[in-house]
Write a protein that binds this ligand. Structure first.
Ligand code: ATP
Length: 239
């Protein structure tokens, strides 16, 4: 029911200029869940994340987070409410060190001691980043940059983490590591919305999935049943 949800999208419409990208997306995420958004390129998954994180303003419909309406609220206010987005293609700041990139993730935090405490927590989770804390982010491997982007998002201590294609361009081994991290994040009680091209990895880590096609949700299933539905997987996901 509505009251159980941490995040709820109701009939969400989003446009880029005159071009509509989302045509009435409705979905909900309960606290502590990992929910996957699946679908072909251009189906509207990234647009959905960008609307939730305040980077795009809905033209119609509602976004409810923790009971409050956040549609159209500025991105920094949304971070302050407990939502962090880890964008596609990572976007770490290449000319800044690992340490500086992490600090930027806590830019709303005014206490230096608190920033240090959060950094220490991220370094504990990502020892590889700790070893490289003075290294420029642009010189990290793709997998390390992805870890850094996730670590930076965690620096705001979000209730809800939005992950956009975290395994994109990574080797299978690095992708596995990223998904291990997602499981750990879930284990710590953080709710996750995951956009992922690798359907099998997504279905392994998530409990439920929404399948998107051309700006609409065409299926909403628990991952177990989706895994056993080759017809649906084939039709929308090419898997
Ligand atoms: P991908 O995996 O390729 O990112 P997606 O499911 O995340 O796919 P979106 O990126 O949300 O899809 O794109 C949804 C629709 O919005 C597509 O038709 C896309 O061309 C369009 N779109 C996305 N970004 C923009 C933009 N900045 N300007 C105009 N149209 C855009």
């Amino acid at each position: 029911t509505a009251t159980d949800a941490l995040l709820e999208l109701r009939d969400l419409h989003v446009s880029y200029g005159k071009t509509a990208a989302l045509h009435g997306v409705t979905l909900s995420v309960r606290p502590g869940e990992v929910v996957a958004l699946l679908g072909a390129n251009g189906a509207g998954k990234t647009t959905t994340l960008r609307a939730i994180s305040g980077l795009l303003k809905p033209t119609r419909g509602e976004i409810l987070f923790d009971g409050a309406s956040i549609g159209g609220v500025a991105a920094d206010r949304i971070v302050a409410r407990g939502i962090a987005q880890c964008p596609e293609e990572r976007h770490v700041w290449p000319a800044m060190t690992v340490d500086e990139n992490l600090a930027m993730g806590a830019y709303l935090c005014r206490s230096a001691a608190e920033v240090d405490r959060r950094k220490a927590a991220v370094y504990e989770r990502f020892p590889r980043l700790k070893e490289r804390h003075r290294q420029l982010a642009g010189t990290l491997s793709g997998g390390e940059q992805q870890m850094l982007a996730i670590g930076r998002a965690l620096m705001s201590e979000p209730t809800l983490l939005l992950l956009d294609e975290p395994s994109l361009g990574l080797s299978p081994r690095m992708a596995d590591e990223v998904f291990d991290v997602v499981r750990e994040i879930k284990g710590n009680g953080v709710t996750v919305v995951l956009v992922e091209q690798n359907v099998h990895n997504a279905l392994d880590v998530a409990s439920r999935a929404y399948v998107f096609e051309t700006g609409r949700v065409v299926a909403s299933r628990d991952c177990e049943s989706l895994r056993n539905d080759p017809e649906l997987l084939g039709a929308y996901l090419g898997a």
